[in-house]
Design a protein around this ligand. Structure first.
Ligand code: GUN
Length: 287
């Protein structure tokens, strides 16, 4: 029997509905949640991401303030804007869209965001809070992956979870969140000697490497939960060239797995939903 599809679009809508209720309650008390989104330069993908974030805010009753700057903006000017937004009591979340132009030190900018407004969860302090099991903002993509796994109803306690990828924004925080949920966690990466040896033992696989067909049917334990974070394009010259695809060979793996997320319609919509959750949470904390 093919795997059950985990519908990220539907779950994201449900979560966004919950956010809208919380935002309305705050607005009724004169505390409308506010998210500032800073976009520097004209990376086309960033423009699409930012537009989707702003639209999602509007739909949920979160006030969004989009600040767009030319690629020539100086680092000092950007840091000044972040400082002003840190001091603005109507702004509860600050998101600086990445990548930034090369002349700006992204790390420095992210660390300048007040931890209480770091709704992306990218700062060293937020990472440390996650590491220590303290309350703080969880990076939106792995946080969304946890919600997708929870939606299957399978308890993670004692399960073996394998994360493929060790990025600071997805792989590492994903491993920590799974550990916090009492899973036994293995993090695999480009230097892992034999990836399949690990994934074949996994009750849960989260693939987050950015390379299509990283996980194929022969690498998956029957019944496993498979979460696909990848966002790739099928290269020219192949069937379905240009189509969006994940890191998982979806057609093959769905015949073996118990649950699987599609691309698109899996992790992507959840990332935005969790950004809204973090923003409304921040506004509630400050109310
Ligand atoms: N660039 C691509 N995805 C993201 C994201 O989730 N947050 C930020 N700040 N930049 C990104």
């Amino acid at each position: 029997m093919p795997a059950t599809l985990i519908d990220g679009s539907a779950l994201a809508l449900q979560i966004r509905g919950g956010v809208a209720e919380r935002a309305a309650a705050l607005t009724a008390r004169g505390r409308t949640p506010g998210l500032a989104v800073i976009l520097v330069g004209d990376d086309p993908a960033s423009h699409v991401y930012v537009r989707n974030k702003v639209k999602a805010c509007e739909a949920a009753g979160i006030r969004s303030v989009l600040e767009r700057y030319p690629a020539e903006l100086t680092e000092a000017a950007l840091l000044e804007r972040v400082a002003a937004l840190n001091a603005d009591a109507t702004i509860h979340g600050i998101l600086v869209q990445l990548p930034l132009p090369r002349h700006i030190d992204a790390k420095k900018v992210i660390e300048a965001i007040d931890a209480s407004k770091d709704v992306d969860g990218y700062s060293v302090l937020s990472a440390g809070e996650l590491m220590a099991g303290l309350p703080g903002f969880r990076p939106c993509t792995p946080y969304g992956c946890m919600k997708l796994i929870e939606s299957t109803g399978v308890a993670l306690r004692g399960k073996h979870a394998v994360v493929i990828g060790r990025s600071n924004t997805v792989g590492k925080p994903m491993g920590l969140l799974l550990l916090q949920a009492d899973a036994t966690v293995t993090i695999c990466h480009s230097a892992t000697a034999d990836l399949a040896v690990h994934t074949r033992q996994a009750d849960v696989v989260v693939a987050a490497v950015g390379r299509r067909n990283t996980l194929t049917a022969d690498m998956v334990k029957p019944g496993a939960i498979v979460i696909d974070v990848g966002m790739n394009r099928v290269p020219d010259g192949e069937p379905n060239a240009g189509k969006l695809c994940g890191d998982v060979d979806f057609d093959g793996v769905r015949e073996v797995a118990g649950w699987i997320t599609p691309v698109p319609g899996g992790v992507g919509p959840m990332t935005i939903a969790m950004l809204l959750v973090n923003t409304v949470e921040s506004a509630e904390r400050s109310a």
